[in-house]
Design a protein around this ligand. Structure first.
Ligand SMILES: [Zn+2]
Length: 122
């Protein structure tokens, strides 16, 4: 089952196991979201970049070994501005998610990984 919800400014991630219904809750500070640049597409005001971080949780309810995968995505558009973000959950139901952001890398930055940069004009 896939569920999508818009995130709020809450400080917790709360979701329900899709198998046993157990509710799991994590503080924002318990999680380190490791965002990776995944794609870029050209739009009117320049590139729109997508970043994604995924977390896998194993349900610890007795007799349940369901794995719940949560994907956090952020879109940067125009460059340097967080346009919107989205959370997608697999094998569970998302109840609440904290607000999250990502430090954007610009093509001029030394940290920017050219190999991951997709320039559609090439
Ligand atoms: Zn479960």
């Amino acid at each position: 089952m896939n569920t999508r919800i818009e995130t709020s400014s809450a400080e917790k991630l709360i979701f329900k196991c899709g198998k046993c219904g157990e509710v799991h809750s994590f503080d924002k500070k318990e999680l380190t979201l490791d965002f990776e640049f995944i794609e870029s597409s050209e739009r009117e005001m320049g590139n729109e970049n997508t970043y994604e971080a995924t977390e896998c949780f194993q349900c610890n309810n007795e007799g349940c070994d369901n794995e719940i995968n949560i994907s956090f995505r952020v879109w940067e558009y125009p460059v340097g501005t967080r346009n919107y973000h989205e959370v997608e959950i697999e094998d569970g139901e998302l109840l609440t998610c904290f607000d999250f952001s990502v430090e954007f890398l610009s093509p001029e930055s030394d940290d920017f990984d050219d190999e991951n940069y997709i320039d559609e004009e090439l």
